[in-house]
Design a protein around this ligand. Structure first.
Ligand code: DGY
Length: 323
């Protein structure tokens, strides 16, 4: 019996590629950059499965053009705002994703950014390399204490909660805002205090974003929100770039409305090299590496391959987005 045909939009970690070769006849896009949309349209035609990434736009048009052969879409990411889930559901195409396995890696990077920003590590490294380090100075490169500070978590699902667990070790006061309030027992075990969004903005020294991108959260952080934040506040975003209005963030960072920011995600990605944000010293920007540990990416690739395999067999996906 011939194997099902699958298009894979990028080379995955070896362990994922090995699994894919066992379950399907695969065609892999070989470049570092994603396949252009027009090429993606061509490649999905006649395929039984599609394994994609968050950089691929999977819209209604693509799903229509893919014809009736497409049985499953498997995305190697937890977020899926690049996929028109409603259109896939209408076409009865299950969409898989990779929740859980990247929770710790993403929470770790959030903490790496928070600490780097609060203690001005990048500025300090630059200072050393440029030969400006002459002596110990009482007021040199002063940052902000983490211990005893208030952390505001916006979106308190798996990753937000993992960030909270780490914060407890730093002796922080931890607040959260979530669409749905957590169970009191969970709040208690994590040491979390619930606040309405505006109140959390006003009370937090560090604010970290862990909500998904949707119509409701697009530019959730804009001028009005920065106005409500403390002047010493540092904003961390490891979720999706479009949750923060980049122009408003630039204004807030340059007029002293807030003290700093650390972004692992930007709008658009990559951030254009002429973005004014890149001229500032009080911002750190990393290239969407929240889940980028070898072990985590292996697990994500394996999970994506398992979702794909189930869909090709007409079975329920282990981790399915649509109902
Ligand atoms: C995701 O999985 O959605 C992250 O943004 C990339 O790992």
């Amino acid at each position: 019996m011939s194997k099902p045909k699958v298009f894979v939009t990028r080379i995955l970690p070896d362990i994922g590629m090995e699994m894919l070769h066992q379950i399907a006849e695969i065609e892999v896009w070989p470049d570092r950059l994603p396949p252009p949309y027009e090429i993606l349209l061509e490649k999905v035609k006649g395929k039984d499965g599609l394994l994609c990434l968050l950089t691929d736009k999977i819209d209604k048009n693509l799903l229509e053009i893919s014809g009736s052969s497409l049985k499953v879409i498997s995305q190697m990411a937890v977020g899926y705002d690049n996929i028109d889930i409603a259109a896939a559901t209408t076409k009865r195409i299950p969409v898989g994703h990779t929740p859980g396995v990247l929770t710790d890696a993403t929470a770790d990077l959030t903490w790496a950014l928070l600490m780097t920003a609060s203690r001005r590590i990048l500025e300090a490294d630059k200072f050393t390399r440029s030969g400006e380090w002459k002596t110990w100075e009482p007021i040199l490169l002063l940052g902000a204490d983490i211990s005893g500070a208030t952390l505001g978590i916006v979106g308190c699902g798996r990753i937000g909660q993992a960030v909270a667990r780490r914060a407890a070790g730093f002796g922080m006061r931890i607040l959260y805002y979530n669409k749905q309030r957590l169970e009191p027992s969970l709040e208690e075990s994590l040491g979390l205090g619930y606040r309405e969004f505006d109140v959390l903005l006003a009370e937090s020294d560090f604010i970290t974003i862990h909500t998904s991108l949707s119509e409701d959260t697009y530019h959730l952080f804009s001028d009005a929100q920065f106005q409500r934040m403390k002047q010493n506040a540092i904003l961390i975003n490891t979720a999706r770039g479009s949750i923060v209005d980049a122009d408003a963030l630039y204004r807030a960072l340059t007029n002293g409305r807030i003290s700093g920011a650390a972004l692992d995600v930007t709008e658009p990605e990559p951030i254009p090299l002429d973005s004014p944000l890149l001229t500032l010293d009080n911002i750190i920007i990393t290239p969407h590496i929240g889940s980028a540990s070898r072990q985590t990416r292996d697990k994500m690739a394996m999970m994506a391959a398992s979702n794909l395999a189930a869909g090709l067999k007409g079975e329920k996906l282990p981790d399915c987005v649509n109902p």
